[in-house]
Design a protein around this ligand. Structure first.
Ligand code: KMH
Ligand code: ZN
Length: 273
């Protein structure tokens, strides 16, 4: 059976230590969380960084510092910086980590409500601009889709040359403002991508593990981590990102899916080795 790529979204931009004290802010905390995830079986680290006091930042120097430190602890892992950053950041602020030429980065494929008065803004021209930068910089985009319309947008922009095939999607399901994490919606998204595309699924909150199980059975890939969910099970905070990854590894074992190493993930996603 196709090997399972596990992505650990270890920090996010919105989750805080008040929600789970293991959420990383400092460089050492990022290394601790990345190491726990890699040791448990993650082959990709989806990365947002923070200042030491926890504020989200897209600062290039801060990314470089934390990426270097993670590399020392987990030399092989694929590091996938966010270009979504946090709501309200400017486009060029968000693009800063792509100046470090990472192997992968996220490319958010549409605008959505993000709770309360927040709007996560990604106009068509923004997506084109980000897609073009990633092509120029040799970065494999992970196409973040929070709704079906964002798949349609990605397909349209691929036809126009702003995104290359084969495409790799991340179905982010259960955000307040995006598509729900119901099975019906998973099947809808899953059936809406090209035959040569790959996907991972990121279920938010209580959707994390049910959607992981569906993707494991379906031959897709899985993202877990504090960015999406801070609980190991109902009411039980995860002690680390590694605990969340380990739970996915256990589920995969039950369904006979072996876990991909970082190099196996590179091969599956068409990333240069
Ligand atoms: N923090 C959200 C506003 C991404 O990483 O590309 C955007 C986000 C998506 O997390
Ligand atoms: Zn993110």
């Amino acid at each position: 059976m196709k090997k399972l790529i596990i992505t650990a979204a270890i920090s996010g931009a919105e989750v805080t230590k008040a929600m789970n004290p293991a959420v990383p802010y400092t460089k050492d905390e990022f290394v601790r969380e990345a190491r726990s995830a890699c040791d448990a079986g993650a082959s990709i680290i989806h990365l947002h960084v923070r200042t030491d006091d926890g504020a989200p930042t897209q600062d290039k120097a801060r990314f470089a510092e934390i990426i270097d430190a993670i590399r020392s602890a987990c030399p092989d892992v694929i590091i996938q910086p966010s270009t979504g950053g946090a709501v309200g950041m400017s486009l060029d602020e968000r693009l800063q980590p792509t100046e470090l030429y990472p192997e992968m980065a996220t490319l958010d494929c549409g605008t959505l409500n993000f709770g309360g008065d927040e709007i996560f803004e990604n106009t068509e021209n923004t997506i084109k601009y980000f897609g073009q930068r990633m092509i120029e910089r040799g970065i494999k985009p992970e196409l973040e889709v929070f709704d079906k319309s964002m798949i349609d947008m990605a397909l349209r922009l691929a036809r126009q040359g702003f995104i290359r095939s084969p495409m790799h999607f991340d179905f982010v399901m259960g955000v307040n403002g995006g598509i729900s994490g119901d099975i019906r919606d998973f099947v809808f998204l899953r059936g809406s991508i090209p035959a040569d595309a790959t996907y991972t699924v990121a279920g938010i909150g209580r959707y994390e593990f049910p959607l992981a199980a569906l993707a494991i059975i379906d031959g897709g890939h899985v993202r877990v981590g504090f960015e999406d969910n801070v609980y190991l099970s109902k009411g039980v905070p995860a002690a680390s990102n590694g605990e969340l990854v380990a739970k996915v590894v256990r589920l995969a074992g039950e369904f006979g899916r072996p876990i991909a190493t970082p190099d196996e993930a590179r091969k599956e996603l068409g990333i240069r080795i």
